[in-house]
Write a protein that binds this ligand. Sequence first.
Ligand code: ADP
Ligand code: MG
Length: 451
Amino acid sequence: MNLPATQTELWDDFIDEIKCSIPRQSFLTWFGPMRLTAINNGELTVQVPSQFYYDWIEEHYSEYINSALDKTFGDGFKLSYSILERGTREVLKLGPAKSPYVAGQKPPKDSHLNSRYTFDNFIEGDSNSFAKAGALAVAEAPGKTRFNPMVIFGGVGLGKTHLIQAIGNFAVQNKTSRRAIYASSEKFTFDFITSVRENKTTDFSNLYRSTDILLVDDVQFLEGKERTQMEFFHTFNTLYNAGKQVVLTMDCPPSELKRTEARLISRYQCGLVVDIQPPDYETRVAILQKRADEDSLFLGEDVIETIAANITSNVRELEGALIRLMAHASITGQDIDIFITKRLLRDVLKSKFSKVSVERIQEAVSEWVDIPSDLLRGNSRKKEIARARQISMYLCDELTNLTLKSIGSHFGNRDHSTVIHAVTVAKKTLADNDNLRREVMEIRRKLETSF
Ligand code: ADP
Ligand code: MG
């Protein structure tokens, strides 16, 4: 349908607004397929590909949507959704965006807290348990522990924003404090600059200095902004001296902030400084399992293990992978198996896969079962040899980028249907036998980490 030009322009602004506030991959996945179909009486109707999209968007992005709507269309505008059922034209109509909050639990709007981040849905592992324990202690008694300020540092996508937001949400919900304000460093800077420009610096100070908990995310971005940094220093001191809680995150230890005044750095260090490390394998598996469960996506252990074994750098990338699988499942209605996973995640899995050779796999398996590796390539039907061969092919399928045909060529020129059969049997054998599966996973882990 044709909408008036002004409305489509506003819609473009709205989309841009969302694009700037969420990760690119998520934006492409969830907002890429969204189409505006009508605007009536303050209600924008958009079309999305499936019920799953609607649920996901509502659950994860309604706060961004509402704030982007406020900014672009103005107060009071709402989104409602129509769903494009597969195979048919349009239609199930769903009501306007609902609030994701349970009544009474909604964080106040100006707190900028996102209720999605809680301690409950933060998975603990060796890499982050100290940070989580510290954060929880702070949330239970803000300003009353020696953990003031609290600084959480670590690389991207490891859960710093999640934890700092969880502190605010916990404190507000459990009423351990009256007010909490979350601000990214960019937001803090932006608010400060705007207040200077509009001669409203008193409003700015009143806002940030009247809170019981101040949560400032990614403080490294204040570097090099002298006036903002000075203002931040005063805000910090005022709150600190009044016994209020300050929590900060940064991407490196405070001592490594290069362009930050020494007096500020020493302030940062006088409470609790904790780091978050990249999650270990078990934590990655736990995070994937929990996320998949939350979104009712069924993933086999082999799928979860493959993702966890290959995406090792941070949690955001793990989520990105899951999101792609979910979008696929929801659009096609297909269950996600290991083959689909490998296809969909080829770009993120590839670099690892391509490094393991068939020969290395055959050697590793032959060492494990103590059978010369040429028997794996030969025709013997002896049970243990056949099983080792199947498992080798399964590992080749998992760990290399080779086609089934080319895998077959490394196993005495077997054809691709023989490889499919072998892989299927191997998977079943592994699924039925925990000990065996554990041993094979160990071989796999060694192969993946041995270069
Ligand atoms: P950072 O701020 O350190 O860059 P985020 O807090 O934004 O990272 O985390 C990236 C994503 O990963 C978020 O969606 C967050 O909810 C999720 N996440 C990170 N760590 C965990 C964890 N331990 N358990 C569950 N989800 C996590
Ligand atoms: Mg962050």
